[in-house]
Design a binder for this molecule. Structure first.
Ligand code: AP5
Length: 269
């Protein structure tokens, strides 16, 4: 496991810079905004709950980056980096990547300049070890060094009926260029299989096959439900009903974040 107190080491230096350059391309205008601190936001929820969909809306609203461990790992696979080759089979089977690798990736990403006012963690933490690591990292990196007055994340759990998740995931299509998420049942593109914004042909994720989806849902129950319980016991979880229209879910989430951010993350940075 990466030591949260250590500066970034030489782990996959080149891989990491390539991936971050890709990720920042869509967020370049955000870095120039000088706005209030929002702090860390953790989105929890099973596969298909709408974490990616809502993350993009939150980042658009507050001009903070989305840090999706799934997207970062998939980009490593796509670009054929050493890390991508190492994790490719795990992703294809719906199993979790090791805590050590994922925490390293997150540490690198959260130290980037555009994450210093806050960020949305989408798909992280997913195990109790990752949650404990994140607490230590946030405390050290953002609180002890005086960047933020408070460092506790707001944890938003998006809840969706289990039976609907399968339909959501099998219907998902994603734009490989700008990452826009569609759904052939609930939010189809104007032209079949084509992105409305840039005309790219939409793709289906490798792990969105029915047999893999079941493994991912099982993995969530086994490994990530305890993370939600951990935050719940600490009184940090806000439950949001994800079984509503996308706009209604977004409104509920922004209301919670506004309440939290107005008092919690005003810092000196
Ligand atoms: P990851 O990419 O994180 O996938 P996931 O958690 O399985 O979540 P999904 O991306 O499937 O769903 P989502 O909640 O983002 O839903 P979305 O918004 O797309 O992880 C993939 C893999 O990477 C893991 O299996 C693991 O191998 C590895 N990994 C990642 N993080 C890791 C970590 N921390 N540790 C170890 N390994 C890790 O929405 C789904 C669909 O529903 C879309 O079509 C959307 O249009 C639709 N939709 C959304 N909201 C609504 C709504 N309100 N009403 C109707 N439809 C909706």
């Amino acid at each position: 496991m990466a030591d949260p107190r250590q500066p970034a080491t030489d782990h996959e230096d080149q891989d990491v810079s390539v991936i971050f350059a890709w990720e920042r391309a869509g967020a370049s205008s955000m870095a120039e905004d000088v706005l209030r601190n929002i702090g860390p936001i953790v989105l929890l929820g099973p596969p298909g709950a709408g974490k990616g969909t809502q993350s993009k809306r939150i980042t658009g609203h507050y001009h903070i980056p989305q840090v999706s461990t799934g997207d970062l790992l998939r980009e490593h696979v796509k670009q054929g980096t050493a890390l991508g080759i190492q994790v490719r089979d795990l992703l294809a089977k719906g199993e979790l990547v090791s805590d050590h690798l994922v925490c390293d990736i997150v540490a690198w990403r959260l130290r980037e300049p555009d994450a210093q006012r806050g960020f949305v963690l989408d798909g992280f933490p997913r195990t109790q070890k990752q949650a404990a690591w994140l607490d230590a990292f946030l405390n050290f990196e953002f609180f002890e060094n005086g960047k933020w007055a408070a460092w506790l994340p707001i944890v938003i759990r998006i809840q969706v009926d289990y039976n609907k998740l399968l339909l959501r995931i099998t219907g998902r299509r994603t734009c490989p260029v700008d990452g826009t998420i569609y759904n052939v049942y609930s939010n189809p593109p104007r032209v079949d299989e084509i992105c409305d914004k840039d005309g790219a042909r939409l793709v289906t994720r490798d792990d969105d096959r029915e047999e893999v989806i079941r493994e991912r849902l099982d993995t969530y129950e086994r490994q990530t439900t305890p993370v939600a319980d951990y935050y719940q016991q600490l009184g940090r979880v806000v439950n949001v009903n994800g079984d509503q229209a996308v706009d209604a879910v977004t409104a509920a989430i922004l209301k919670e974040i506004d309440g939290h951010a107005s008092g919690a993350a005003e810092g000196t940075a």
